[in-house]
Design a protein around this ligand. Structure first.
Ligand SMILES: [Cu+2]
Length: 177
């Protein structure tokens, strides 16, 4: 009995969807009450759009280091043009064996670096990764970080979508303290 009922409802839904989207909510009511019929239809485009599509990378750069140095870092400004909060969950680069998301904290006047789980970029907001603050740590360099070359950086967001950016390698003086 129930399968037949479901099929009947389904076909009714399909025909109503084509004819008039609003009436589907009434038909659905016996099975799953939906208090706000428009909510489900509006939620779809938001969840369907990828985080990477809402994030723009501005002014990427990476720190040049003398040959033999094991580590470097990359910086950039992340701009969230979407209406949804997003976050960077991880980063990767062919120039380093390990890439981590880091921040600096001032611990009684001593700047300490530590790994963070993610970098949040609020809806319509922007986050600046910069020397002395948030950065993408390049650990175990596989190549020299020479001025004039680029370090490709791939960011992975909370939904698994990715953005690749080429960070020009620049001479960066340590931040004043
Ligand atoms: Cu670091």
């Amino acid at each position: 009995m129930k399968p037949v009922y479901r099929i009947a409802v389904l076909s009714a839904l399909i025909s109503l969807l084509v004819a008039c989207g609003e009436k589907t909510a009434e038909n659905k009511a016996p099975e799953a009450a939906s208090p706000t019929p428009t909510a489900s239809t509006e939620a779809k485009p938001a969840s369907a759009s990828k985080a990477a599509d809402g994030i723009t990378v501005e002014n990427p750069f990476a720190r040049a280091v003398p040959p033999g140095q094991p580590n470097s870092a990359s910086f950039m400004t992340l701009v969230n043009t979407s209406d949804v909060d997003h976050s960077v969950k991880s980063a990767a680069s062919p120039v380093a064996a390990t890439v981590e998301l880091h921040t600096h904290t001032n611990n009684n006047g001593v700047m300490e670096m530590r790994q963070v789980e993610q970098i949040d970029i609020p809806a319509k907001g922007r986050v600046e990764l910069k020397p002395g603050g948030l950065h993408i740590m390049l650990i175990g360099l596989k190549q020299d970080m020479k001025v004039g070359e680029n370090a490709p950086i791939t960011l992975t967001f909370e939904d698994g979508s990715t953005t690749m950016t080429n960070a020009p390698i620049q001479e960066i003086t340590p931040p004043a303290h």
